[in-house]
Design a protein around this ligand. Structure first.
Ligand code: XMP
Length: 609
């Protein structure tokens, strides 16, 4: 891409670096790159300034992240936030000590006159999250901000152009955080504010032309935002006879998914767009299978076979491959090393791996975050519905319909009966919050995460009287899962309203069942849109669980908010949404219960398989 003024964000772990980078791009309109704390200074050549992020470590831990000391020798402004502040203190021989108590939450900031606080009111609310604090300023530094519990909440050394904050300006809870970041990036570092979607679009199109160098381009379009935007970009940048687009309809897609994607891309003028209807092959291969891992492998393997059959000719060196890799997926540094490994799973087919090895891959949106890709999509004229879509897993609805045969049912019934008394005791003993909760262990199993390991245990169905107290319920379910062995998530049953005995039913992946799930899923999605909730939820799987109360199955709604899917919070849905959606779901043949998953990740996962 053409040169933009750039701010480097040093990633000290956790979620902070991406948040800072996104904030500076979105709100200050200056390009950011994320670098590793051990980065060589040559990687920082030309940057206008550096922000050292916070991190989960204490600087005194033995294996705490160490900043390459040469970074502090660079003659550009540096702003250290929390852990980053402590790196500056240690780098210039000051002292960082343990706070008497850890401080989380809000504080009022009182500050001295300094360019970094331009436009910020005295006593402004800032957000703190720390156990360590600066106890001795290095020589040449002076305090410019304090809170009640933190006498050195902000400092500077104007000569060396160093600033440090104990609080986090990048989080929403610091009211004037954006202004502080802007003051640093624009006024202090002197960076030009030229990171805009229009400019990005022009640059991306011209880069595609350059990188393709007259070769043909193969692009797999899943229907997700990233690949759709990439397909649309290619069709703008290159002559049509040089692009080939392939979409595989696995039969595990959402309602009208393939058609909608194809229509939208058709409107963009994509001519060589091949839709492969592989639904029968998928349904046959999955027939009778119940183990989630086996199902996932079958789905992945079949995708490989189909693409290898279809794209065989692209092996020749006249072809390159275009992929929708995003910025967070491309960087390998402190806190971002695990960038969604699962997601790439589907792109690892032989032919693609070969092309990657041979350097024949173009990744037009690799410098962008998801929100920026969406913005580019809007500029390209893609429909809002497509651009705003929630992430959808490669194996699709195939991993959102739990399956079981007679053997599994027998085993799950036996095991869930063993777990039941422990759960009942757990609920009885929890004397606060959800006192009136009643529960029943479901005789099915779902995936979860405990520590770093995957769990495959029972969900608990909960009933509570009266209106849902979300906060209490979420805490209660986390406590229950953490205290009782053998369970890994809780669902709140919305219908039937009174506690019943869960009855497992034998179910597999069939066309009829996929149609049922498609219907339920589209009702939920439509309900979220109608109630104005869709955009405030990160992802909302609808899961079909083969256990009910009168011979049918249960539909579980799983609304979550997440940044990068490594952790997730339950998104609260209003009563009006359930009043509307539950009766409609119960009207779908084969459904006799509706529940909402109230488990965070961990201990649950977002998907159930
Ligand atoms: P979990 O269930 O592990 O999911 O909390 C985290 C995120 O990854 C998505 N996911 C997948 N995506 N292939 C994909 O392309 C997969 O096999 C897969 N499994 C989970 C999931 O939807 C969530 O966004």
């Amino acid at each position: 891409m053409t040169a933009h003024d750039t701010i480097a964000v040093v990633d000290n772990g956790g979620q902070f670096a991406h948040l800072i980078a996104t904030k500076v791009r979105d709100h200050v309109r200056v390009k950011t790159v994320i670098v590793d704390p051990h980065a060589d200074v040559s990687d920082l050549e030309g940057v206008k300034g550096i922000i050292l992020s916070g991190g989960p470590d204490s600087i005194h831990e033995e294996d705490a992240i160490q900043l390459n000391p040469e970074i502090l020798d660079l003659n550009v402004p540096v702003l250290g936030l929390c852990y980053g502040m402590h790196e500056i203190v240690m780098g210039y021989k000051g002292k960082v000590g343990r706070s008497e108590f850890k401080e989380y939450g809000f504080a009022s900031l009182h500050f001295k006159d300094d360019p970094i606080f331009k436009g910020v009111p005295q006593g402004d609310r800032v957000w703190m999250s720390h156990g360590d604090k600066t106890t001795l300023l290095p020589e040449g530094f002076r305090t410019i901000g304090a809170t009640e519990n933190c006498p050195i909440a902000a400092f500077t050394d104007e000569k060396r152009k160093r600033w440090g904050f104990q609080f986090h300006p990048e989080v929403e809870d610091t009211i004037h955080g954006d202004e502080m970041l802007r003051n640093f990036v624009v006024d202090i570092c002197g960076a030009r504010q030229d990171w805009t979607a229009e400019k990005n679009l022009e640059e991306i199109l011209s880069d595609i032309k350059k990188e393709a160098r007259g070769r043909k381009v193969l692009c797999l379009v899943s229907g997700g935002v990233d690949s759709t935007v990439v397909a649309s970009l290619l069709s703008r940048a290159l002559p049509q006879d040089r692009c080939r687009f392939i979409h595989v309809d696995t039969g595990l897609m959402r309602k009208d998914e393939s058609t909608k994607v194809m229509e939208a891309l058709g409107k963009q003028g994509l001519l060589d767009l091949k839709v492969i209807d592989a639904s029968e092959r998928y349904l046959n291969a999955l027939s009778g299978k119940v183990d989630p891992e086996e199902k996932r492998k079958i789905i992945g393997r079949l995708f490989i076979d189909i693409i290898n059959e279809e794209a065989g000719e692209a092996v020749s060196s006249e072809w390159v491959l275009a992929q929708g890799t995003l910025y967070p997926d491309t960087i390998e540094s402190g806190g971002t090393r695990n960038a969604d490994v699962i997601k790439t799973h589907h792109n690892r087919v032989d032919i693609i791996m070969r092309m990657i090895d041979e350097g024949r891959v173009i990744e037009p949106v690799k410098e962008l975050y998801k929100a920026e890709v969406r913005e580019v999509g809007r500029r390209l004229g893609l429909p809002k519905e497509l651009v705003q879509r929630h992430p959808f897993p490669g194996p699709g609805l195939g991993i959102r319909a739990l399956c079981q045969d007679k053997d599994v049912m027998r085993k799950d019934l036996r095991e869930s009966a063993e777990v039941s008394p422990r759960v009942e005791r757990g609920i009885r003993e929890d004397a606060w919050g959800c006192k009136n909760a009643r529960g029943s262990v479901l005789p099915v199993r779902s995936v979860g995460v405990k520590g770093d390991a995957r769990s495959y245990e029972h969900p608990v169905a909960l009933w509570v009287e009266g209106a849902v107290q979300w906060k209490e319920l979420k805490l209660f379910s986390t406590r229950l899962v953490n205290r009782v062995q053998g369970i890994n998530r809780c669902v709140l049953v919305m219908a039937p309203r009174s506690i019943g005995t869960p009855i497992p039913v034998e179910r597999h992946i069939t066309k009829e069942r996929m149609d049922l799930l498609r219907k339920a899923d589209s009702m939920v999605m439509e309900g979220l849109r109608n109630h104005g909730l869709y955009d405030s939820i990160w992802q909302c799987p609808t899961v079909l669980v083969p256990v009910g109360f009168s011979g049918g199955e249960m539909v579980v709604i799983r609304p979550v908010w997440s940044e990068r899917a490594m952790t997730a919070e339950v998104s609260e849905l209003p009563e009006a949404f359930f009043d509307d959606i539950v009766p409609r779901l119960l009207g779908v043949g084969g459904v006799d219960a509706v529940a909402v998953d109230v488990t965070s990740k961990p201990p649950g996962t977002i998907e159930w398989e």
